[in-house]
Ligand binder design. Structure first.
Ligand SMILES: [Ca+2]
Ligand SMILES: [Ca+2]
Length: 385
């Protein structure tokens, strides 16, 4: 039975998601799952938020959740939602505002929390920035950040309010990684006098590790681990410690990239998508000097976030990449064979999904996007908990 026929039968039996992206791939760029899959999980609604962007679990099982307008929330499932004061002032608008939140690897002893956000600049300019502060929780379900310090900024600040990227992740060595979007300005992604359109690797205080690939060039080039990125919104490490990035393509060409030291990923010189006005961008296979994605999507999935799953709640998913899909309103699961990647399942969620996080018990937690967005917990059918 051919794949298309299988897809039709799958749609007829499931009666869901058949109009969603994920049909036959255009241009043959990706070996994609042909249809939406039945949910292998139960969904519990935990809370709702105003335009949430990211979440992070505290060691006690509570959650920090950012809201784009500039609020940091403390969530204890089943209890009131508290506020954390002392967050930086943000430039809220378009794709900008308060962004990611992550804990320092030694949070239990130092209380350090890192936030990314859109920061206003001179005139009509803005740029992504990262600040860290010490979190102190009170006994009323809230808390405060103190000693807030901005440790990194996009250079230069530019007009517009798109493609900040600004996903944060710590690796096993305690280095801070930042995905810096191209601000919809294209060419700066290839310019080493700018740190936009790059993946960056820093020490936990924002200083530059001496062993970065472009450290000898100084300036912001010294921060750069890889270049030629468009709008990388997902950043996660696999069990071997390798960084993976989910990147929004233009019209087509969303990417999953394995991030290698000092490599150039080609934006805006190459993309498996094309410009929104229809003008052609050469595909990756025309320019092997640029690092190609391990898989790409046309039509797009619009990846908002990425984790590499390592829990026991969904044993079959261990080692898989799980994407939060915005325009595709889905969770997308990708399996690896070595470093080759392939979509194996797509779960229609009915709403734009902004963020995915693995919970302490191996369950999955999702944030929807926009007004009244829900925090959802997904648990497996295994009865393991
Ligand atoms: Ca997160
Ligand atoms: Ca193209």
């Amino acid at each position: 039975m051919n794949k298309f026929l299988t897809a039709l039968i799958g749609c007829a039996s499931l009666l869901v998601g058949c109009d969603a992206p994920g049909g036959m791939p255009a241009g043959g760029k990706a070996d994609q799952a042909p249809t939406a899959n039945a949910h292998p999980f139960a969904i519990t609604e935990i809370a709702t938020f105003e335009s949430p962007w990211a979440m992070a679990f505290l060691p006690d099982g509570r959650l920090l959740v950012t809201e784009k307008p500039g609020r940091l929330k403390l969530v204890q499932p089943g209890a009131m939602i508290g506020d954390i004061s002392g967050v930086p002032a943000v430039d809220f608008g378009g794709q900008g505002g308060l962004g990611d939140v992550v804990l320092h690897p030694q949070f239990a002893s130092n209380g350090l929390v890192y936030l990314s956000f859109a920061e206003k600049g001179e005139g009509d300019t803005r740029g992504a920035a990262v600040a860290r502060g010490v979190l102190t929780l009170d006994d009323k379900g809230g808390g405060a950040l103190s000693a807030l310090t901005v440790i990194w900024r996009q250079v230069p600040k530019v007009s517009g309010n798109a493609h900040y990227g600004h996903r944060l992740a710590f690796d096993k060595e305690g280095k801070l990684w930042i995905s810096s979007g191209d601000r919809a300005k294209f060419d700066p992604a290839q310019d080493m006098d700018s740190n936009i359109g790059k993946i960056l690797r820093l020490n936990d205080d924002g200083s530059v590790p001496a062993d970065n690939p472009f450290a000898s060039q100084g300036g912001v080039a010294a921060q750069v681990w890889s270049l030629g990125h468009r709008n990388p919104l997902g950043l996660a490490f696999d069990a071997k410690g390798q960084p993976w990035v989910a990147e929004m393509g233009p019209k087509g060409g969303d990417e999953l990239n394995l991030i290698l030291r000092g490599r150039n990923y080609g934006w805006p010189k190459v993309s498996n998508g094309d410009h929104y006005d229809g003008s052609v961008i050469p595909d990756h296979d025309t320019a092997p000097q640029y690092e190609a994605p391990k898989t790409s999507w046309t039509p797009v999935i619009a990846p908002g976030d990425l984790i590499i799953y390592s829990g026991s709640e969904f044993p079959d998913w261990q080692g898989n990449a799980v994407f939060a899909g915005l325009a595709s309103r889905s969770l997308i699961r990708v399996a690896f064979n070595g470093n080759e990647a392939r979509e194996v399942a797509r779960y229609d969620m009915g709403q734009r999904i902004r963020e995915v996080e693995q919970g302490p018990a191996g369950d999955l937690w999702l944030l929807e996007d926009g007004a009244g967005a829900r925090l959802l917990k997904l648990t497996g059918p295994s009865g393991a908990r």
